[in-house]
Write a protein that binds this ligand. Structure first.
Ligand code: SF4
Length: 341
């Protein structure tokens, strides 16, 4: 395999016009920022982050719903990343409720097994985490356990982005983790160059090279630059479990309107584990903080440093928007690695 420097050199020889590719994965952004990879790319080649941070794309109405569950006396179990995301009435960290940070749904189930109180797991994530959640639901957790499903699936958001044409994209770098579960046949519907890429600097550079080659050939297909982990069909067992428990639903994403079939809700037969049904939770549409541009960052039309608040009012200690909270958020990553434009 060619080294990163060799691939970058090849790219410099091939990119003869502006090209913009979007990746949809916080882990890709962290790898790109950590390795300073943008600095060795040809100036006409741009890679932007899209809606690839599951915490960031969870709309404020769902954060407020979690806070409503606290007011109803529930114990909330959640990933640490969600704790400081601001809702309308503060955050889970500041609300004074019984909030437990867990590493996964199995730990939340263990909490429910040891208490009579209601325990709600705030279930955030893409297709990577949904099968694990589904498996736990199938294992008959206790009656005092439920989930607030905030899951999203990636392809409908890509469809929305392409239909809008706002970000003027030449193609997508597909998320390796999501594709490890789901495969990539579903992405073949999109008429733009796409490449599944892994997370080492060389993987990302190879992915970019394969994207550039498709653009130069005037072709579009889904290439796989991560064959050591990803197959076209993905993990059949994980997909089966996921769709045994969840069904697609129309949901809002932060920075996006309601995107058809882009969420995952529990099927009717698992309604007893659906916190929304159990506690009569209705999601409300909430306007964003006026100066925060997380919405634009998530749609790939702005970079963190375009935000007036970046690194001044908004820092990882004093986050204004979710992109500065989550370790997969573009603003937090750029702040951490001091990425400059
Ligand atoms: Fe929002 Fe803060 Fe990022 Fe600005 S720097 S877009 S306020 S999260």
């Amino acid at each position: 395999m060619a080294t990163g420097n060799e691939i970058a050199e090849t790219l410099r020889g091939l990119v003869d016009r502006d090209m913009t590719f979007m990746h949809i994965c916080g882990t890709h952004e962290a790898a790109i920022a950590r390795t300073g990879l943008r600095s060795i790319l040809p100036p006409q080649l741009k890679i932007v982050m899209g809606p690839g941070c599951p915490v960031c794309i969870t709309p404020q109405g769902e954060i407020d719903a979690a806070l409503d569950l606290v007011e109803k006396g529930c114990i909330i179990a959640t990933y640490g990343d969600l704790l400081r995301v601001p809702g309308s009435k503060g955050s889970l960290e500041s609300c004074g409720g019984d909030i437990r940070v867990v590493q996964g749904i199995h730990k939340a189930v263990e909490i429910a097994e040891k208490t009579d109180k209601e325990v709600v797991f705030i279930s955030v994530g893409f297709e990577t985490t949904a099968p694990t959640v589904a498996a736990s639901i199938l294992s008959n957790p206790p009656k005092n356990f439920s989930i607030l499903s905030c899951h999203r699936v990636v392809p409908p958001a890509m469809k929305w982005l392409l239909e809008q044409g706002e970000a003027k994209l030449d193609g997508f770098m597909l998320p390796g983790h999501v594709c490890a579960v789901m495969g990539y046949d579903e992405y073949e519907q999109f008429p733009v160059p796409q490449v599944v890429a892994g997370f080492e600097a060389e993987d990302i550079l190879l992915g970019l090279l394969m994207l550039v080659e498709q653009v130069r050939e005037g072709k579009h297909r889904v290439d796989n630059a991560y064959p050591r982990v990803v197959t076209r069909e993905g993990n059949a067992k994980a997909k089966k479990i996921m769709y045994e428990v969840f069904e697609p639903s129309d949901v809002e994403w932060r920075g996006f309107p309601v995107i058809p079939q882009s969420g995952l809700r529990l099927k009717e037969e698992f309604g007893q584990y659906d916190a929304q049904k159990k506690f009569g939770i209705v999601y409300k549409k909430v306007s964003k903080h006026s100066a925060c541009i997380c919405d634009k960052v998530l749609r790939g039309i702005a970079e963190p440093t375009d935000c007036k608040l970046f690194g001044k009012v908004c820092t990882p200690r004093t986050p204004v928007g979710p992109c500065m909270v989550s370790h997969e958020g573009a603003c937090k990553i750029w702040h951490l690695y001091q990425v400059k434009k």
